[in-house]
Write a protein that binds this ligand. Sequence first.
Ligand code: NAP
Ligand code: FE
Length: 370
Amino acid sequence: MFTYFMPTKIYAGENTLQKNADALILGKKAMIVTGKSSGKKSGALGDVLAIFKEKGIESIVYDKIENNPTIETCAAGAAAAREFGADFLIGIGGGSPLDAAKAIAVYAANVPVEGSDFELYDIFKGSFKNKPLPMAAIPTTAGTGSEVTPYSILTLHSIKNKKSFTSPDVFYKCAFLDGRYTVGLPLQIARNTAVDAMSHLMEGFTDKKASPASDYIALEGLRGIGRHLDALRSGTLSKADCLELLWASSLGGIVISQTGTTIVHSMGYPLTYYKEIPHGMANGIILPEYLRRAEEVLPEKVKACLAALGLGSVEEFKAYLAEILPCDVTFDEAEVYEWTETTIAAKNALVCPFAVTREMEFDMYKTVLF
Ligand code: NAP
Ligand code: FE
């Protein structure tokens, strides 16, 4: 018995935004949510503004979303949206702006309680009184799949960690995938984000919630990334390659929308929070050790997902990741042990294919970090 749900309409291909411009118009007044540079550098912001001008849609740009967005930034964005009277949102950027837009959509429709980030998070715990504003997504990285997930991952400084919320009400109405928006990505960001997509596909394929539908999609996504391992290494991705990677990233999002993620993600969050290691790279540090342990209980599945990437063993995968994810951060053992107090409490541990304990997570950290 399994279920499958993903309500976002995807438009994929070169100039897809221009070709499907009507689909972008989800109301009368829009707020565009983006990062400091991703909207402009990708060209997507200019394209959206040109369409709005032609269609007579009033809009404002909220480009204050930082990497790993905080709840406060989202609440401030919602205040700006309410003041302007926005009735729909466009998210443009990597996972950070795309996730932030989901929180803004909730806060804009449901005035948040004032207070600490912990109190502001409260609204995400139940169902919302008012439906979040409708949203359209334009990803400018190929990694998180946020354009097709019901998740938003936010930074809470009060708990010194990242915390996610989930609601079917924050699925984007539509998403536009165009390799033109990711072809100019700095190589290291392209690599980190591709590894995040691989991680979603592999975690979803091996976790306890995997289903025939999610497995089918996961292998297709891994094959899509596998065709570009060499170009990710050499930095020679074409626009067409980038579209294929965007699609694979969306497939990863579709997979985790069904399965959730595992301890690779929860163990990666402290690496990002305390050491500022980008999200995809953090996953890539943990992933080979996760696969090595998953292989003990699911040898055929681990073999199948590596084969879909075009690789023969966990060791080969580990060597590839070491090559494309250079990381010279140093760690302190006592600090790392502290992290396991939070990571073991995350519900991601429950869906792992093997039993997880705090000591095991500490062992995993020690294996990959020291
Ligand atoms: P990101 O934090 O959105 O962006 C990383 C960097 O890439 C930023 O400096 C950004 O610039 C830059 N950038 C983005 N697009 C660009 C482009 N086309 N050209 C040049 N620079 C560009 O990174 P991400 O890895 O995509 O997203 C990570 C976030 O997503 C994390 O918070 C993670 O927890 C979350 N996530 C969410 C899900 C989900 O299901 N919702 C799944 C996995 C991860 P600017 O900041 O200047 O704009
Ligand atoms: Fe992720």
